[in-house]
Write a protein that binds this ligand. Structure first.
Ligand code: GMT
Length: 377
């Protein structure tokens, strides 16, 4: 099979979509394809040299004639320039707005041979598609793409329901490159954070947006800690960080909650966790659930969005209804105090990652789409 020249555009900062775009790019490069990232800064997991990977920075200039810097136009122009110069076969963009729309513009500048694959990750559908000023633009980005994927069936269905696009949307699940490699260093790390041997570790990882419902995580942890000696690790940062730390203080939980901020290598921290909580009100997939499972950590999530496609009740974790703190605390308490059950779910969680979300098989699904599009040229 001919190796491809693939452009990738994503949000490079910390976040599941950037992680997926970067890890997929690395796997494609390992498989012999030439991969060109066109982004506003270096994607955070692309820190080291990687053969077959090139990085093209989008530099947005400030001109006094513009009230706002023209990021989207500069990106489209950079995508066209790279596509022409490197003779790219396709652009794989993450998010319909602005990235798919920028790719459409780039394609118009370069010619029809450049194909566009758009992956929907959630927010452009679950939030922006409700905004009438953006709805038609999102639909346009989807319809003008040569192929469109969504990270869960629920997101694909929701997109069709909201936008009725004249385009098929294929589900390709997320995957993770995180592995269980740090489990043996757990005691050392627990000592560093002052976690006693008898204490269980509950973890939540997110970008601290209101949609993640961190107050529910804190409330559930408070109930868990009544019966079970435990610590809560909060990993990440974002708009809610200040109010959450006030909430923790008001509840008198200061000595039980660790605020660890943004962390590049969550796998090391997940290695000391006993259960991960993701109690969001919107979540198209919940990549952090998969990362926790890969580290053998059973998960508890809300029965929302794509989460039920990741969590199988009683197999790799538990599902609870949105806001049902009592049920979260009850299920977590059972899990944390039943060693055999915990062992079984931990093993099954790792098996889920290998079987349903296997990284190589997911890369292959993307590759198949790329080759199908190229063959239609
Ligand atoms: O959850 C976020 O706010 C970040 C956002 C992103 O761009 O990374 O996450 C979305 O994409 C992830 C990767 O596909 C999914 O795992 C998240 O569930 C999705 N977030 C939402 O749907 C809220």
């Amino acid at each position: 099979m001919k190796k491809l020249k693939i452009g990738i555009t994503c949000y490079p900062s910390v976040g599941g979509s950037g992680v997926i775009a970067t890890e997929l790019g690395k796997m494609l490069a390992d498989n012999g394809h030439e991969v060109h990232f066109v982004t506003s800064s270096l994607p955070f997991r692309l820190e080291r040299f990687h053969a077959n990977i090139y990085y093209h920075e989008v530099e947005v200039n400030q001109y006094s004639v513009f009230r706002y810097p023209p990021y989207d136009l500069t990106l489209a122009s950079k995508m066209a320039e790279v596509a022409k110069r490197q003779n790219l076969d396709l652009f794989h963009v993450h998010y319909a707005v602005p990235h798919a729309v920028c790719a459409v513009l780039a394609k118009q500048m370069v010619g029809d041979n450049l194909k566009i694959v758009t992956t929907l990750h959630g927010t452009d559908i679950t939030v922006l598609a409700h905004d009438s000023s953006l709805k038609e633009m999102i639909k346009f980005g989807i319809e003008q793409s040569d192929a469109v994927t969504a990270v869960s069936n629920q997101l694909a269905d929701q997109t069709i329901e909201l936008l009725s696009p004249n385009k098929d949307i294929e589900t390709i699940y997320n995957f993770t490159s995180v592995t269980c490699q740090y489990k043996n260093d757990a005691t050392k790390l627990k000592n560093i954070y002052g976690i006693c041997d008898n204490e269980k570790v509950v973890v939540h990882v997110s970008n601290f947006r209101p949609v993640k419902r961190i107050p529910d995580v804190v409330a559930a942890f408070e109930k868990i800690s009544h019966n079970t000696p435990a610590k809560l690790m909060l990993i990440g940062d974002g708009p809610e960080a200040g109010s959450i730390s006030r909430l923790v203080r008001e509840k008198g939980l200061d000595d039980k909650v660790l605020f660890l901020g943004k962390q590049d290598n969550v796998a090391e921290l997940l290695a000391i966790a006993d259960v991960a909580l993701l109690l969001s009100e919107k979540e198209s997939f919940g990549l952090v659930l998969l990362e926790a499972m890969a580290c053998g950590v059973p998960v508890i999530g809300t029965n929302i969005g794509g989460i039920p496609e990741v969590i199988t009740e009683g197999y790799n974790g538990f599902l609870c209804e949105l806001g049902d703190i009592n049920s979260v605390a009850e299920k977590a308490t059972i899990l944390l105090n039943d060693e055999d059950l915990h062992k079984k779910l931990s093993k099954q969680a790792m098996a889920t990652v290998e079987e349903k979300f296997h990284r190589q098989s997911i890369m292959k699904q993307y590759e198949d789409i790329y080759y199908k599009m190229i063959s239609n040229r």
